[in-house]
Design a protein around this ligand. Structure first.
Ligand code: FE2
Length: 466
């Protein structure tokens, strides 16, 4: 799958239509949630989509972000994940299960087969790409709900009326492919109740929200989020969201359609007892330990994490500006890959694409480390070697590669153009270990190199005392 193919970009056009013409996501989600409520009523399941995954005092779970391109970088992560799944209770894919458009026919190659050795239940929060087929593929596998007859609803204005004919409709599924798909992995047990849901596991509650295509949540989901966040105050909460709240040095509180409240307003409410919020969407790792008010004197810290490096193309970290946001600066910020390694790897990829791998524009990691150390970036403060000095040539190369945009046109097109499919990859996933006293979060780096296939290094680790 190449992001440079016009057909792939055309298939993903619902992103542009939803953002600029009319977004049918909220109405479609309301329909899915109505079906889920109906089923919960009939089966006597929890009316607010709360399931229980492990009643014991200690649990381990895995968080994988932005997975499904079905290529080498996804398979590289699948191998260490399978090792770690042996000692974990469940896993959650934090957004964008299937690229480019979430189709059910793609679940075989991009979900069931890569994860065939992960012997544990996998849940997921949908990302924008999962919504490009109206969430049908996602709902079929994770929630066992189907509604193929549903027609997307657009607004009434002239611009909104343009959206209907342009919108990519639900593709015909191929029974031959779909049949093999469902055989390879059984759906999670207990089943995921709805596109948004909560999992009580050990002493904590994980809350997964559905941020659709644009990142906004609807009013009904907001009321649900408030309820499941406040009705078990004794449980520390961990939010799982498609769109991260802190990312690339910016704060995105998460809008609620038609209201002034935000998702982050719920997360920072001391009564809700959140300790962490994890988002996908951006394909790298970032951590912002943000100081917030109350309830104890001196305040507390909420860990805001981006964890989207689960398989898809890498978003450059060297484009992240020096961090200074809501009490988090470079000394507290963490990312993977380090900016220096991101710059060095992109310089190789760009060199290969533009100069045939002649080394014209490549810069090595120790030199890139010196370059960022001089700029005051935290990435230089690591256990990796840093060059003593930069030659003029290295400085010019670093300046050039650093400036090549990986900006926000379409889906931040720079990083897709330079997608690479050979190691080292700089992928990552999280393992979260919980007991009654503390939560330990480990970010494992995955390079795709044989030496660390079964021993992925810990690139960041932190503890939350309960
Ligand atoms: Fe993504």
């Amino acid at each position: 799958m190449s992001w440079l193919r016009p057909s792939i970009l055309w298939q993903s056009r619902n992103d542009i239509i939803a953002k600029f013409l009319s977004d049918p996501t909220a109405a479609a989600r309301a329909r899915w949630v109505a079906l889920a409520r109906q089923r919960a009523q009939q089966t006597g399941a929890h009316p607010d989509f709360v399931i229980s995954c492990s009643a014991g005092d200690t649990i381990s779970m895995l968080v994988i972000g932005d997975t499904g391109e079905g290529d080498n970088s996804q398979y590289a992560v699948a191998s260490p994940l399978a090792d770690m799944a042996k000692n974990a209770d469940f896993a959650v894919i934090c957004s964008d299960v299937i690229y480019p458009t979430g189709d059910l026919d793609d679940y075989g190659r991009k979900f069931h087969h890569p994860y065939r050795n992960l012997d544990l239940p996998i849940y997921a929060v949908p990302g924008n790409h999962d919504w490009y087929d109206g969430l049908h593929g996602f709902m079929h596998y994770f929630c066992r709900l189907d509604d193929a007859g549903y027609l997307p609803q657009f607004g009434r204005g002239l611009v909104a009326r343009l959206a209907g004919p342009l919108w990519r409709r639900l593709p015909q599924t191929n029974p031959a492919t779909t049949g093999t798909v469902t055989d390879e992995r059984r759906p999670p047990d207990p089943l995921q109740p709805a596109p948004y849901f909560a999992i009580d596991a050990g002493p904590v509650r994980f809350i997964g929200i559905d941020t659709g295509i644009t990142g906004d949540i609807d009013e009904d989901q907001y009321h649900w989020l408030s309820r499941v966040s406040l009705d078990a105050p004794e449980r520390p909460k961990i939010l799982l969201t498609g769109k991260p709240i802190y990312v690339d040095g910016e704060h995105h509180p998460g809008r609620v359609t038609g209201r002034t409240e935000t998702v982050d307003g719920v997360v920072t409410d001391p009564r809700a007892n959140y300790v962490m919020a994890i988002g996908g969407d951006i394909h790298n790792y970032q951590r912002y330990p943000v100081p917030v008010a109350g309830p104890v004197a001196g305040g507390r810290t909420i860990q805001y994490v981006v964890s989207g490096g689960g398989g898809a193309y890498m978003h450059a970290t060297h484009r992240i500006p020096l961090i200074n946001v809501n009490g988090v600066d470079e000394s507290k910020f963490r990312c993977y890959p380090l900016r220096r390694d991101s710059l060095a790897r992109f310089s190789q990829v760009i060199d290969k694409k533009l100069f045939g791998g002649s080394g014209t524009i490549t810069i090595d990691a120790p030199a890139a480390g010196r370059y960022y150390e001089q700029r005051g970036a935290a990435t230089a403060r690591s256990n990796r070697p840093v060059a003593d000095r930069l030659s003029l040539g290295e400085r010019i190369k670093a300046e050039v590669v650093h400036r090549i945009p990986a900006g926000r046109f379409f889906h931040r097109v720079g990083s897709e153009v330079f997608d690479f499919d050979d190691p080292p990859f700089f992928k990552q996933f999280l393992r979260i270990d919980v007991n009654n006293r503390k939560i330990t979060v480990s970010c494992f780096g995955v390079t795709g190199c044989a030496g660390t296939e079964h021993t992925p290094p810990i690139e960041d680790q932190f503890t939350i005392i309960l």
